[in-house]
Write a protein that binds this ligand. Structure first.
Ligand code: F6R
Length: 294
């Protein structure tokens, strides 16, 4: 028989437990900021997180980005596949975006880049790979809704990897994109077109439009890993992490995500005002809620 005092103690423990859980949830609701020494350490940490997620859930739904920043992550995942047997056979991937209008097989289409930099070197079945198709079409609305439906049918994205544009875009959600936006065609800003010029030949004009998952789509991913490296990204990182939540900086929407981590190297973190706090918060998270760090 449980007596009055024992019952009361249990209730109190229960209430305290509940409060503690709320406190922990509160901690988890913040965007974690993890500052690494350099790009190599950032890439290894991103790969550790992704590999842990795959080992925990073999049929992980993994959202991927292109651009320069995730290349180190992809190299490391390939190494883990070769040396440690990291298994992608049940993983399904969903890429954020694709240029509109590049000829099929163009070496700079995101499809070509993803196969060259990752998919050709791991054991993921081609049927599990999803990348928006950037061929010009009459009905984008229908096509984009189908892409969203594919994500939904797969059960949603478990872990979304993101890069960060110079003006704070994620995917190709350029400044002023609605924070509730879904997959759709998007005109690229001049800044983005210029940033992408390095990937194209001197005589070739980079594309001016793309299909991209929306910010609303990205926010539905269960976990988000935002990667940024180098001094050129310092301004965008500070705006995304510490600035107001605004459509002018798409990545700032991640401040409202339940489980987002900004994984940035020291150069990219240079303009953050609360670096010391982030380091302490990361330490505390390691002690209290290590699961949050994957
Ligand atoms: C690419 C993408 C973009 C890039 C961003 C940063 O799929 O969605 O948001 O992540 O433009 O590009 P890099 O990494 O080249 O600086």
């Amino acid at each position: 028989m449980v007596g009055y005092h024992e019952t009361r103690a249990r209730v109190q423990r229960g209430v305290a437990g509940e409060l503690f859980a709320k406190f922990i949830q509160g901690l988890a609701a913040k965007m974690l900021v993890h500052i690494t020494k350099d790009f190599e350490e950032l890439s290894r940490e991103a790969a550790r997180v992704t590999a842990n997620a795959i080992r925990t859930k073999k049929d992980l739904r993994l959202g991927l980005a292109t651009g320069s920043t995730p290349l180190g992550l992809y190299r490391e995942l390939i190494r883990m596949h070769r040396e440690d047997g990291l298994d992608f056979s049940r993983v399904a991937t969903f890429n954020l975006d694709e240029y509109i209008g590049l000829p099929a097989g163009h070496p700079q289409s995101f499809r070509s880049v993803m196969f060259r930099e990752l998919f050709d070197h791991i054991n993921i079945p081609v049927a599990n790979i999803h990348i928006p198709d950037g061929k010009p079409r009459e009905n984008y609305e229908k096509y984009c809704e189908e892409y969203e439906e594919e994500i939904r049918r797969a059960g949603g994205i478990d872990l979304q990897v993101l890069g960060l544009g110079m003006e704070g875009h994620i995917g190709f959600n350029e400044p002023t994109s609605s924070l509730a936006s879904r997959t759709r065609p998007k005109t690229l800003t001049r800044q983005t077109v210029e940033d992408n010029r390095k990937f194209f030949g001197a005589k070739e004009e980079p594309p001016h439009a793309a299909i991209t998952m929306g910010i609303g789509t990205i926010l539905e991913a269960r976990r988000v890993l935002l990667l940024a490296s180098g001094t050129a990204k310092a301004r965008a990182v500070a705006l995304a992490v510490e600035g107001p939540v605004t459509a002018s900086v798409s990545a700032s929407a991640l401040q409202m995500h339940r489980n987002a981590t900004a994984l940035v190297d020291r150069e990219a973190a240079a303009n953050l005002a609360h670096r010391e706090y982030y380091e302490r918060a990361l330490e505390m998270t390691r002690k209290l809620t290590p699961g949050r760090l994957w």
